[in-house]
Design a protein around this ligand. Structure first.
Ligand code: HEM
Length: 370
């Protein structure tokens, strides 16, 4: 995935111009949809490429498919299984999901044709100006005949876990920054120092290396994620066979096993004074000894941190998510100032089964930096 970061960097320039509010004075902004739209565009660039990722169909689908997907899964799980065959046909979210799949077909088909044309030209030895996308990669590597029928599903399975999670993480960092404005200058200074030393993002260093230099932002994000983890129970696993542990604990075949990931986030043995927002927590751990130097980084699953899952099925997009988050935030920090409206504080969190989302109506105040 990391190879797509360069393409994303360029698309961010465009998305930023289109989506970011422009104002010189403090203005109340409904920030979560703004960030979501940015993410739908840039993740779309990686998955379906241009021009599909800029089309109205993609933008609409990108914003709403995940919401319907999660809502439908929650509703279905709340209902007894015997009701499912009846409910599945009358649930509006399910209709919209089916329509979404059809729309994705309309987006994907022309992209497949374009890629086929490009491949033909390549085979004739002609020069081709085609940007890489995950869709092209799937067609070339999984065998077109096997995947053509289910390409819309593949595209959406790549998209659903990517955009809204990363957008929510960025919004949470901004809300935490408004709650703790004393850290804003340190965050900005780090971006400025990295820019002075290594040029603008992607100018002298590849995106992954440039964003890797933002160690304090990394630590700030991890603290924000600790306080606002988006999934309370993760990893989740399905027992394909019965397992009996040494102490006699039996996990029957077919059982779902989930870890209460949020518990780690409030365990004082893992995070002393867990109620305190301390954005230097991970940085200090890293600086505590040479052995710890390469640990405690965002996107590194460990038994102390299940935010991106754990083991062989840990989130495959985690490093990419962290790089994208830093790419977006480093730019916003330099361009804008943020604060809460007088009387506002960190938005409430809503728990929808295992999902934890910030209050969708929460806003913040922004103005362009002079
Ligand atoms: C801050 C953003 C993100 C968070 C917090 C997050 C979190 C998670 C978690 C907790 C899991 C379950 C892991 C497990 O069961 O061990 C997961 C799985 C997954 N994530 Fe992410 N994720 C994020 C961003 C992304 C991005 C950007 C992508 C793709 C570009 C992505 C793709 C996936 C996929 C495909 C899976 C399923 C993996 C499997 O079942 O084998 N995620 N993610």
């Amino acid at each position: 995935m990391v190879k797509y970061l360069e393409a994303i960097r360029k698309e961010l320039d465009y998305a930023y111009q289109v989506e970011m509010p422009q104002m010189d004075d403090w203005t109340e902004i409904d920030i979560q949809p703004v960030i979501r739209k940015l993410l739908v565009r840039i993740i779309g660039k990686m998955i379906v490429g241009n021009p599909a990722c800029r089309s109205e169909e993609w933008l609409h689908l990108g914003e709403h498919f995940t919401e319907d997907f999660v809502a439908a899964s929650i509703i279905m799980r709340l209902l007894p299984k015997w009701l499912h065959p009846m409910i599945t046909n009358i649930l509006p979210q399910r209709w919209r999901l089916r329509k979404g799949l059809q729309k994705t077909r309309d987006i994907v088909d022309p992209a497949v044709l374009r890629h086929e044309e490009a491949n033909k030209k390549r085979a004739r030895g002609e020069k081709v100006d085609e940007e890489d996308s995950m869709l092209n990669w799937v067609i070339d590597n999984a065998g077109k005949d096997q995947v053509l029928k289910i390409l819309p599903e593949i595209v959406l399975v790549m998209f659903v876990p990517a955009a809204h999670t990363t957008a929510m993480a960025i919004s949470n960092v901004l809300f935490d920054l408004c709650s703790h404005p004393e850290w804003a200058e340190k965050l900005r200074a780090e971006v400025t120092d990295v820019t002075n030393e290594f040029g603008l993002l992607g100018e002298k260093l590849p995106v992954r290396d440039w964003t890797g230099k933002l160690e304090f932002l990394d630590s700030f994000f991890q603290e924000s994620q600790r306080m606002s983890q988006p999934i309370s129970i993760t990893p989740n696993r399905y027992a394909y066979e019965e397992v009996i542990f040494k102490d006699g604990l039996r996990i029957p075949k077919g059982a779902l096993v989930g870890f209460v990931a949020v518990h780690n986030q409030i365990d004082p043995e893992i995070a002393p004074n867990p109620e305190v927002f301390d954005p230097t927590r991970c940085l200090r751990k890293r600086q505590s000894s040479p052995e710890e130097r390469d640990k405690h980084l965002a996107g590194q699953p460990s038994k102390e941190n299940f935010a991106f899952g754990y083991g062989s099925q840990a989130c495959p997009g985690r490093n990419y998510a962290v790089a994208v988050l830093k790419m977006v935030l480093s730019r916003m920090l330099v361009d804008y100032e943020f604060k809460f409206k007088p009387g506002d504080s960190k938005p409430k969190k809503y728990h929808l089964m295992e999902f934890i989302i910030p209050d969708p109506t929460a806003t913040l105040m922004m103005r362009k930096r002079k």
